[in-house]
Design a protein around this ligand. Structure first.
Ligand code: VGL
Ligand code: ZN
Length: 202
């Protein structure tokens, strides 16, 4: 068992990011046995859930004449427009049925404000609005994080980079992640993570 100062973070292992889902990540479901095993090795376990209202502005469908995967400019910067996914309470927003959610200490939902996306589990996409997760982890005495989940190049990478910037020791286990890889986004995310001091383990 890992020390009580270490937490496992499982990012967005939800139906919509698995094969058959609205924003399916290739092989997204194949990480699940590995993730379930890891969960038994950590005492502190946090799961995140992408959790959007139907009118969320990260959805291409909520912009006139916009197609999914185009980039637009929002008040807080660039934003990819996604297919409608992880709508609050929908089957696509539910955790994959193979994921063992019972051992989770905390389930953190993010992306619930219609006007702003939140890839990271720590800050919304303006990079300043806090989700409260830092306070939770610090209050529990956690200083080291291991991340797995979906997708490597968006929610995992943003969470890992924010965590490193906040001063946590951060490791991403790539065996427990799968990427969307939109126009080279995986390679870019790897570089950004390394620059921020995140340790990538294959
Ligand atoms: C994610 C795109 C949009 C993710 C969430 O979990 O990586 N990607 N919303
Ligand atoms: Zn989303």
């Amino acid at each position: 068992m890992r020390a009580a100062t270490e937490a496992l973070m499982v990012i967005d292992v939800q139906n919509d990011f698995c094969p058959g889902g609205a924003l399916a990540v290739a092989g997204g479901d194949t990480i699940i046995p590995f993730v379930n095993q890891l969960m038994s090795e950590f005492s502190v376990k946090v799961l995140t859930q992408d959790w959007h209202p139907a009118d969320h502005l990260s959805f291409a469908a909520n912009h006139p004449n916009a197609a999914p995967f185009l980039v637009t400019t929002m008040p807080y910067g660039e934003q990819v427009l996604w297919p409608t996914h992880c709508v609050q309470g929908s089957p696509g927003a539910a955790f994959h049925p193979g994921l063992n959610t019972d051992p989770a200490d905390l389930i953190l939902r993010k992306g619930f404000r219609p006007e702003i996306d939140s890839y990271s589990a720590f800050f919304e996409n303006d990079r300043v609005t806090s989700t409260g997760l830092e306070g939770y982890l610090r209050a529990r005495g956690v200083n080291r994080l291991t991340l797995v989940g979906l997708a490597t190049d968006f929610c995992v990478a943003y969470s890992a980079v924010d965590a490193a910037r906040l001063g946590f020791d951060v490791e991403v286990l790539e065996e427990g992640c799968r990427a969307i890889d939109l126009g080279g986004s995986l390679e870019e995310a790897r570089l950004t993570m390394r620059d921020a001091g995140v340790v990538l383990r294959s």
